[in-house]
Write a protein that binds this ligand. Structure first.
Ligand SMILES: Nc1nc2c(ncn2[C@@H]2O[C@H](COP(=O)(O)OP(=O)(O)OP(=O)(O)O)[C@@H](O)[C@H]2O)c(=O)[nH]1
Ligand SMILES: [Mg+2]
Length: 216
């Protein structure tokens, strides 16, 4: 298969996401066009940890103190070029409802995902414990046999000094090492590390898809 235009590339990648790794291997040539990847990801993690706030901040929609619980899922699109490359990412971001009532519904959103940001709140230790279950759920219900890339995100670091038993960066790192995933801390309120979180996940997705292509 020879791919010559931007549209074909993005359509191809979109199709690949829900299919086997052998489909990925058939991306043979990109001629005269910047490579575009349409990448579906999910934002997971317990209720009120800040998933929607991270998404809104990443999309340049600012920050609001008000908590409006997500029902089911919200969807957003954003296009970026990874910092030192010429791969254009067309993110399809599924921002899932974190409250327990949505547990069964959200499994459907994991299909076809190439990566995830799993968020916890550094001021609520139980949300880090639950992050492990989120990762297992995502891996179990994704379309790939291999574990898709996940970056663990410790959010609300602007509040760390305001509570007594806040989680430290070491707590998050330990969990990420146990699960074999990436780790970063953010604040959706100040914007700290929000761009970097998506950049980090993007790099991991490139490594993941390259590995799949080499294997077939
Ligand atoms: N101080 C501070 N507050 C935050 C931060 N991120 C989110 N919040 C607040 O935390 C609350 C919950 O944020 P949401 O983004 O709605 O949380 P969510 O994870 O999308 O919640 P669900 O949709 O119910 O799963 C809101 O009041 C936000 O303003 C942060 O980095 N710092
Ligand atoms: Mg939400």
């Amino acid at each position: 298969m020879v791919i010559t235009g931007k549209k074909e590339i993005s359509d191809f990648y979109c199709n690949c996401q829900s299919k086997s790794s052998s489909s990925l291997a058939s991306l043979v040539k990109v001629m005269g066009a910047e490579e575009i990847r349409r990448i579906k990801i999910v934002l997971g993690g317990d209720g009120a940890v800040g998933k929607t706030s991270i998404r809104r901040r990443y999309l340049g929609e600012g920050f609001t103190q008000q908590y409006l619980q997500t029902l089911g899922a919200d969807f957003a699109l954003k296009e970026t070029v990874l910092k030192d490359g010429n791969i254009r990412f067309r993110w399809q971001i599924w921002d899932l409802a974190g409250q327990p009532a949505f547990h069964e519904v959200r499994k459907a959103y994991f299909k076809g995902c190439l990566g995830a940001l799993v968020v916890y709140d550094v001021t609520r230790p139980e949300t880090l414990e639950n992050a492990e279950k989120w990762c297992e759920d995502i891996w179990e219900n994704s379309s790939y046999q291999e574990k898709i890339p996940i970056v663990l995100i410790g959010n609300k670091i602007d509040l760390r000094d305001t509570v007594n038993d806040a989680l430290t960066p070491e707590d998050g790192k330990k969990m990420a090492e146990k699960l074999g995933i990436g780790f970063l801390e953010t604040s959706a309120k100040t914007g700290e590390n929000i761009e970097d979180a998506f950049e980090f996940l993007g790099r991991k997705i490139i490594e993941f898809t390259n590995k799949l292509m080499q294997r077939t």
